[in-house]
Design a protein around this ligand. Structure first.
Ligand SMILES: NC(=O)c1ccc[n+]([C@@H]2O[C@H](COP(=O)([O-])OP(=O)(O)OC[C@H]3O[C@@H](n4cnc5c(N)ncnc54)[C@H](OP(=O)(O)O)[C@@H]3O)[C@@H](O)[C@H]2O)c1
Length: 343
């Protein structure tokens, strides 16, 4: 069978223990599935790798159920309908969906799926990046969970990732008094300031005193912490929060690979009383009704240059495991996407 006639997919070969490795995954080939009545088939062009996927790969449940061994891995995909038994989704329609680490997926039009808007200057891959779940996480995390207001001083962690970079740029565009990013290399910090318009960036790997470096940037305290990293980071920033400060728990990339007993605790709890700090977690799909409006706004911002995107591209479905594992070594600058089919 040629590649064009087969489905290729990455499945879970063994449960991940600690930092994931490519041998935890396996590439499988199967006959190309045909859509039944009401269904259509999407030929994926780009697939995403997402750090949050790690929480399903240890064999235990998190906020999403554990993935059984041998099952294809979740992920987001953007591609073109190449077979259809659903008149609302004809052949040739460009769609983004939760298609998984596969070359093709069968869809019914329900769940996380949408039609790609053709916006000049916006690449197709952006529909699983800033115009996908990462951008939506930034938008609703900043607006509805952190309850951003004009004049806020904002700190974003894992700031050079697609969620962090978008969250910081949105805050800046909405009138933040200051936006500072925390990231893991000087190159990432340079991009945040020179390209993405952050006011400052701190390399947490080389800062000898991270708390002191953050305090120096926020003499009046941090109004909004948008955290993508986890408990140790939150605990570092809590004593630096301003009165009525808000913390959005977006992600916990530093904690995903740890067992519950290894995960650091949060001890600096006094500011919850003294500074009336509010901390709230985010599940972006809670805001699904607002997705079309947010996507429309962000597409226009990308096209006009008001929202900068950065992509880190891989080629070939077999590269997905390596692309995923590299997220936990800080290798990605921006959204990591893998090309699995022709555009
Ligand atoms: N709540 C929701 O609904 C929702 C939805 C989507 C995503 N998320 C979360 O949002 C966060 C950001 O997602 P993203 O797609 O933009 O990914 P991302 O931030 O690009 O994640 C990868 C980056 O995380 C950082 N990192 C990795 N290991 C780390 C560690 N041990 N300590 C500190 N930083 C570490 C690295 O950057 P450095 O070089 O800076 O270390 C790496 O490049 C993730 O935690 C994700 O799970 C949440």
């Amino acid at each position: 069978m040629s590649g064009a006639e087969t489905l290729q997919q990455i499945v879970l070969a063994q449960y991940c223990d600690g930092v994931p490795k490519p041998s935890d995954f396996r590439l499988e080939t199967a006959p190309l599935p045909e859509p039944k009545d009401g269904q259509f088939r999407v030929a994926h062009v780009w697939c995403s790798v997402d750090p949050g996927t790690r929480s399903r790969l240890s064999g235990g449940d998190s906020y999403a159920a554990a993935l059984p061994l041998g099952k294809p891995i979740d992920g987001f995909s953007v591609g073109v309908v190449d077979a259809s038994s659903n008149p609302d989704w004809p052949v040739g329609t460009k769609v983004f969906c939760a298609g998984g680490w596969k070359t093709h997926s069968i869809q019914s039009g329900k769940g996380f799926i949408g039609k790609v808007m053709d916006v000049p200057g916006v690449p197709l891959s952006a529909w699983i990046g800033v115009l996908g779940v990462p951008g939506l996480t930034a938008w609703f995390g900043m607006k509805d969970v952190a309850r951003f207001k004009e004049g806020d001083a904002v700190l974003v962690t894992s700031a050079a990732g697609p969620v962090g970079a978008t969250a910081g740029q949105l805050a800046k565009g909405w009138g933040a008094s200051k936006v500072v990013g925390v990231a893991g290399s000087d190159e990432k910090c340079r991009w945040l300031v020179s390209e993405a318009g952050f006011d400052a960036a701190i390399n947490y790997k080389t800062a000898s005193d991270l708390s002191g470096a953050i305090a120096a940037e926020f003499p009046k305290g941090v109004d909004v912490l948008f955290d993508n990293v986890g408990n140790a980071m939150v605990d570092t920033v809590l004593p630096l929060m301003a009165l009525n400060g808000r913390i959005c728990i977006s992600g916990q990339v530093a904690d995903y690979n740890l067992k519950p007993e290894e995960t650091p605790g949060i001890v600096h709890t006094k500011p919850f009383i003294t500074h009336r700090v509010n901390m709230q977690g985010l599940v972006v799909f809670d805001f699904a009704r607002g997705f079309p409006e947010a996507l429309g706004s962000m597409a226009k911002m990308i096209a006009s240059g008001a929202l900068k995107i950065q992509e880190d591209r891989f080629e070939g479905i077999a590269e997905i495991p390596e692309a995923f594992c590299g997220l936990f070594r800080g290798e990605n600058s921006g959204r990591r996407v893998v090309k699995v089919g022709a555009e």
